[in-house]
Design a protein around this ligand. Structure first.
Ligand code: AVJ
Length: 319
């Protein structure tokens, strides 16, 4: 276990500066996932109000065989954002019962990769090669190692795609497509639109875990950007934007005050009620997923959904 006490990477710091000095204050959602943030997200996945991760897991567990049968062996598997490996395990087990599998988890976080390797070490017939780095870069790396004649299956689970703005999601999928060959697969997990009465408590739970997850971002800026945020002066807020079909997480200033941020040499002024927008989590309709896929040159070939917590796993084929 390592805690990063050094400063933020220069590119991230530039984003922090731009975000905090803009008219509408914003911070990059990727900042949420330091070591504590990753642990808090894992805790969120056990909250009764947050059904997303469990729905994702249920679908994968129930349909692992069918998912794998929809693909042509031999194949290699790459995963964008390895997480802990908990969700992927049943899929790899189903595949490993037919052939030996090369699995390439790709993640920015070395801690996540270590956990994933540990989780999957016991699965026989799976050879895990962790790739640390950016998703697209990592995917290109995995693609370059693919043995001749092997099909590639890319996993992009957990509705991580929902954290991109629609335009970004589109260009990201195009980048993924460019790293693949015709006939390769992409299994895309997307959280579906559901009633506000289900969504809002999922992002503003009564235990306050999501609030802690959100506020931890300020702790991180205090530690890694020389900031002096007083967490008690902010409250967590989850807003459902019906027309945009997204949940927004905000940190709202309880009263007017200023915060010094050393690493960007700025004092940031907050008005009472002013917010920092920290994350968007887009929710999809099935037709949105199909449109997104097609515009990035993928063809939807199969789909599995969960009825308890509307969520879809769509298998896309590169065309
Ligand atoms: C990890 C992106 C799926 O958007 O639901 C959970 C992150 N944010 N609670 C999501 C998150 C607040 C989560 N994803």
């Amino acid at each position: 276990m390592t805690t990063r006490v050094l400063g933020l990477e220069p590119e991230l710091l530039a984003e922090v500066k731009a975000g905090l000095t803009a008219t509408t204050k914003k911070l990059p959602a990727s900042l949420l996932y330091d070591e504590l943030g990753t642990a808090l997200f894992e805790a969120i996945s056990y909250l009764p109000e947050y059904g997303l991760t469990r729905a994702d897991e249920r679908i994968l567990r129930a349909n692992a065989g069918a998912i794998m049968r929809a693909l042509t062996p031999p194949l290699v598997v790459a995963e964008l954002g390895s997480g802990t490996g908990r969700k992927t395990r049943p899929l790899l087990e189903a595949l490993a019962s037919r052939q030996s599998v090369s699995y390439y988890p790709i993640d920015i976080s070395p801690t996540a990769l270590e956990r994933c390797e540990t989780e999957l070490a016991a699965v026989s017939g799976v050879k895990t090669t962790a790739i640390q780095g950016d998703y697209v870069q990592g995917l290109l790396e995995a693609a370059s190692r693919r043995p001749p004649g092997h099909q590639m299956l890319v996993l992009f689970l957990g509705s991580t795609i929902g954290n991109f703005e629609p335009g970004q999601a589109d260009s990201f999928l195009r980048d993924v497509r460019r790293a693949l060959r015709e006939g390769d697969g992409l299994l895309l997990g997307t959280d579906l639109v559901k009633p506000a009465a289900m969504l809002v408590p999922a992002y503003d739970d009564p235990l306050g875990v999501t609030a802690a997850f959100n506020k931890n971002l300020l702790t991180r800026l205090n530690r890694e950007a020389g900031a002096s945020f007083d967490l008690a002066r902010f409250r967590h807020e989850a807003r459902w934007r019906e027309t945009e079909r997204r949940i927004e997480m905000h940190l709202v200033a309880r009263r007017a005050h200023e915060v010094r941020v050393g690493a960007i040499d700025r004092a940031i002024a907050f008005r009472e009620g002013e917010s920092i927008w920290t994350e968007s989590s887009y929710k999809f309709r099935l037709e949105d997923v199909d449109r997104l896929a097609k515009s990035a040159h993928f063809e939807p070939v199969a789909r599995w959904t969960d009825s308890e917590w509307p969520f879809a796993e769509t298998l896309l084929r590169a065309r």
